[in-house]
Design a binder for this molecule. Structure first.
Ligand SMILES: *Cc1c(COP(=O)(O)O)cnc(C)c1O
Length: 344
């Protein structure tokens, strides 16, 4: 097999530890896991295996293609498809082990005749996906076999009146509907407290090391480490420029290392001049523009580094988000296909 010059070092113990913390904070409710976007970039199949082993039973993907990629699906686990069932999905959906989260009147009518179980999303003010409380009150869900009725919080990572309002509206409408379970909270919603947990929670970000709210600080562990090999070492003289558009001019002689990672791997140009690498105890700043496949760091602090050495880029999600201006979600889901994904 060809060698991968860049890798994600994935900490399975940290993933499981994060799930246990979120399950504990879910206060008696079952704790599931959002697996969309290939497990937020980590690799859904491997993440499911570890969370299943830890006791997680409920998983969520966005599309039927994502569900199909996880087949064969273990008989004792639930898999829900968040975008529901479109006209082109129906054939696949009725044969699948997964069930749709119905999001609109059209989807409810499409599914009703199948007689198969489903979940239902209620819109409580997000105005993205979901059926209205008025439609539920008018009997839209009559005759459906609803496993889980759910809604989604718009502002759970902030404090404000909307969280309480959505929670109250969801309690009202889900109390009237006939469903086996009720589910509202994502990662940030779990942090808001036990009244947001209902019967089932749906964390994503915090499982993978994101800190959605201050309550999670100190409990959620980093899962993903980004590592790349040095392609070339180089020394530039004072006055030389570095990289595309010569955005960095060395004011003194500099020791450089060119790394095997770039924006095509999700290490975006937002890290140009702001990112940093860690080698042992030292810090090596990213200098100049990030290229498609390459990134330059200054290694004045350790000139013994050489071609082939591995370097870790700082990808602790809150601090990498601060460096780059990207969200913690974008930092995870942008991680590209060229990494070897190595679980420990
Ligand atoms: C993505 C998603 C989640 C998980 O959200 P996080 O903020 O990553 O915890 C939960 N519920 C729904 C409906 C989602 O789309």
């Amino acid at each position: 097999m060809a060698h991968f010059p860049l890798r994600l070092a994935l900490d399975g113990d940290a993933l499981v530890s994060n799930w246990h913390w979120l399950a504990h904070r879910s206060a008696g409710a079952a704790c599931g896991a959002a697996m969309k976007a290939d497990g937020y970039g980590l690799g859904a199949r491997e993440a499911v295996k570890r969370l299943q082993h830890a006791g997680c039973r409920d998983f969520f993907v966005a599309t039927w293609a994502e569900a199909a990629a996880l087949m064969p699906w273990p008989g004792d686990l639930n898999l829900s498809v968040l975008h529901g069932v479109g006209a082109e999905d129906l054939g696949e959906a009725v044969r699948s082990r997964a069930r749709p989260v119905l999001n609109s009147r059209e989807q409810v009518e499409r599914w009703r005749g199948t007689g198969r179980p489903c979940d239902v999303m209620i819109d409580t003010g997000f105005n993205r996906l979901g059926v209205s409380a008025a439609d539920v009150a008018a009997g839209l869900l009559d005759g459906l076999d609803v496993e889980t009725i759910m809604s989604h919080l718009a502002c759970a990572d902030e404090d404000g009146p909307m969280n309480v309002r959505q929670r109250q509206d969801f309690a009202d409408v889900s109390g009237r509907a006939r469903a086996r379970r009720r589910s509202l909270a994502n990662s940030a919603g779990i942090c808001l407290g036990a009244d947001y947990a209902f019967d089932l929670t749906r964390p994503g970000l915090a499982l993978y090391g994101g800190i959605p709210r201050p309550e999670a600080q100190g409990h959620i562990r980093q899962v993903v480490r980004v590592e790349a090999q040095i392609v070339q070492r180089r020394r530039v003289a004072a006055g030389q420029s570095i990289g595309y558009n010569a955005t960095f001019i060395a004011e003194a002689p500099r020791e450089l290392a060119i790394l095997n990672i770039g924006y095509a791997d999700g290490y975006l140009r937002a890290f140009s001049g702001t990112g940093r690498a860690r080698i042992g105890g030292i810090e090596a700043p990213v200098i100049g523009r990030i290229s498609m496949d390459l990134t330059t760091i200054c290694v004045d602090a350790d000139p013994t580094l050489k071609e082939g050495d591995w370097v870790e880029l700082d990808y602790d999600l809150p601090s990498a988000a601060a460096q780059s201006g990207l969200s913690q979600y974008e930092l995870l889901t942008g991680l590209g296909a060229r990494f070897e994904r190595v679980w420990k």
